[in-house]
Design a protein around this ligand. Structure first.
Ligand code: SAM
Ligand code: DTB
Ligand code: SF4
Length: 348
């Protein structure tokens, strides 16, 4: 099993079209060859600047163009962000992702985000930011401040993209990904399923991600959260197996990457989430909120992890001085050492 960046569309289609059980079986095999089983990376999101975004992304409750009833707010203060990061760490998260409703950040915004990154980093957490389009210089400034990951999604296929967003091009998204990669940041890039796209668009998105010169270290697969007031509010519900299929194909194509079971978990059963982990998902957003919409309760997730004997993954990008304080030893997710892979665990 090699890591490949030269997948053809035909190969991706062939994998995508596998009978469901064959696909999940193959994805799980790839997963075990490249990752520690029963381990999931845990990120917490915080919206540091909410709403009033000039862009027109049809899925997004934060666009100024749609009346979603969302209250816009200015950029949070650095201390308030640090307090939220401390709380996220105490409840078991190892990465803190700061999201802002920008087309692209202004210089004064970036200075404040840099102060936030320094604070969060000093807690021994991994840092991630998602602030819209970046220039090369901005990406380098963030890297110098200690940022570990930058999230910028392609969202869908280049063809379907035009039906979803008109205010920035697909190429502009790809350019930001190049700037982020060139600055030496880890790339977090994925998409959304359930926006009315066809199977061909899903294949195309996965093909684009898997043929980037270097695979994104993190690949968030979001199920559309249908928010009232957005143009996609009345989209048809997604067949859950189609969501699992996306996870499984991403796992096979990008074996070393963390595939994140991202937005949409609040609507998913525990059994569906377990199937996603079986299919190779090994990262989640954890905490009561995503950016503006709901996520499962932390207690519910802790219980789900206990029932599945899943452990929190230790942060790979935290300073060594913090490694002894890894949340693996903390109360919320203490199951890695207790229940090694081969031993059956207790029934819930
Ligand atoms: N404004 C920045 C940008 O768009 O680049 C960063 C924040 S934006 C909210 C980050 C990502 O969240 C989007 O690219 C999209 O993939 C995801 N997202 C936003 N609204 C969503 C929804 N309703 N359901 C699923 N994913 C969503
Ligand atoms: C990603 O791929 N999904 C996250 C994160 N990256 C920034 C955002 C999901 C947002 C869901 C809608 C909301 O809560 O506003
Ligand atoms: Fe703005 Fe990002 Fe929402 Fe698009 S996805 S409207 S850029 S906050």
């Amino acid at each position: 099993m090699d890591v490949r960046n030269d997948w053809t569309r035909a190969e991706v289609s062939e994998i995508f079209d596998l009978p469901f059980m064959d696909l999940v079986f193959k994805a799980h095999q790839v997963h075990r060859a490249f990752h520690t089983p029963n381990t999931v990376q845990i990120s917490t999101l915080l919206s540091i600047k909410t709403g009033a975004c000039p862009e027109d992304c049809a899925y997004c409750p934060q666009s100024v163009r749609f009346d979603t009833g969302l209250e816009a707010s200015e950029m949070m203060e650095v201390d308030a962000v640090a307090a939220r990061a401390r709380a996220a760490k105490a409840s078991g998260a190892t990465r803190f992702c700061m999201g802002a409703a920008y087309r692209s950040p202004r210089p004064k915004d970036l200075r404040k985000v840099i102060a936030m990154i320094r604070e969060v980093k000093s807690l021994g957490m991994e840092t991630c930011a998602t602030l819209g389009m970046l220039t090369e210089d901005q990406a380098r400034e963030l890297k110098d401040a200690g940022l570990d990951f930058y999230n910028h999604n392609l969202d869908t296929s280049s063809q379907y993209y035009e039906k979803i967003i008109t205010t920035r091009t697909y190429q502009e998204r790809l350019d930001t990904l190049v700037a982020v990669r060139d600055a030496g940041l880890n790339v977090c890039c994925g998409g959304i399923v359930g926006m009315g796209e066809g199977a061909q668009d899903r294949v195309e998105l996965l093909h684009t991600l898997a043929t980037l010169p270097q695979h994104p270290e993190s690949v968030p697969i979001n199920q559309l959260v249908r928010v009232a007031g957005t143009p996609l509010a009345d989209s048809a519900a997604l067949d859950p197996f189609d969501f699992v299929r996306m996870i499984a194909v991403a796992r096979i194509l990008m074996p070393e990457s963390h595939v994140r079971l991202s937005a949409g978990r609040a609507e998913m059963s525990d059994e569906l989430q377990a199937l996603c982990f079986m299919a190779g998902a090994n990262s989640i957003f954890y905490g009561e909120k995503l950016l503006t919409t709901g996520n499962p309760d932390t207690e519910h997730d802790q219980r789900l992890f206990r029932r599945l004997q899943i452990a929190a993954e230790a942060p790979a990008h935290a300073p060594a001085s913090h490694s002894e304080a890894s949340p693996i030893q903390n109360a919320p997710f203490p199951y890695l050492s207790k229940f090694p892979e081969t031993k059956p665990g207790p029934t819930p």
